[in-house]
Ligand binder design. Sequence first.
Ligand SMILES: [Fe+2]
Ligand SMILES: [Fe+2]
Length: 324
Amino acid sequence: MSNITTTPEQQAKYYVLCDLEEAVKRLIQHHESKRTLWFSSDILPSDEGSPNDMVIAELRDRARGIPDCIRVALALNILTEEGLPHFHRLIADNLGSRTHWSQWNNLWTAEEDRHGNILRDYARDSRLLNFRVLERLQFNYLRAGFNPDWGGDPYKIFVYTSCQEKATQISHLKTGKIAASSEPLLDFITQRISQDEARHYAFYMSVFKEIIERDPNEALASAAAIMPSIDMPGISITNFNDYADVVRRSGIYGPRDYKRIVEQLIESWGIEIMMSLNELGRKAQDKIMAIPRRLERIAEYIETKSQEKSFRFEVVFGRVLEMA
Ligand SMILES: [Fe+2]
Ligand SMILES: [Fe+2]
């Protein structure tokens, strides 16, 4: 199934994933039945006719009111979405490129591609960011690669993507909400993206639920390895920590949001109430159940330690942001 050399344990997991073919087909059908497909050109003007000049002028006028912290968040969201080649490859490498999983990977990639497109179109039309800088950041991010250490364990990809889709759902939604008073169109766009992310979350979360039903002990062991902290997809973006810090200080996404994601997954996967586990499974269950308390301590620590700080991002025209 995978083109990576596999151990007998990994092979056993691939058999479980093969056994999921019918479930995956059903989940894809369900996913597509719930989805309205939209494109950037449905929402933003795409031709150069004169009526659009007015639309663009109004857009730029509204966008002037968007605070710099939202511009930083938007730049990070664009870069994260434009990192799509990393994720298509990771899914293909881990799940095989000639299996029923490739149907999902192709569909998911096509849907995700629209997110980068519309955010990029919006930021460019509105003149919100320094595009020369943004494009170089994107180039470097793609060239740097993204290779989380999953040790060839195909279960981990579903834990990671469940966490990640929920994190992007929150980030997009809150970015738009903060900008909404000056720019309702950005709020509208990020709501659309966020709804897609919610459906992707539902897919990955449901797949992992199926895995838990078939192979509970190994599934929990994989979840326990990923859930304590996930490598954010943009981790190899230049100055990623500053971006993440601004996003946290702006109330868009931070450790408390991640804690809520973990709690929601624990509940949706029924981890607390799982019985009849072997030693591997019980240990993993205990480890997972301890994560929210640990994340609460981390959040408290960061909040207490956090002091006023100034940031400067070339992508926001080198302006200085003073943040509490
Ligand atoms: Fe996305
Ligand atoms: Fe997504």
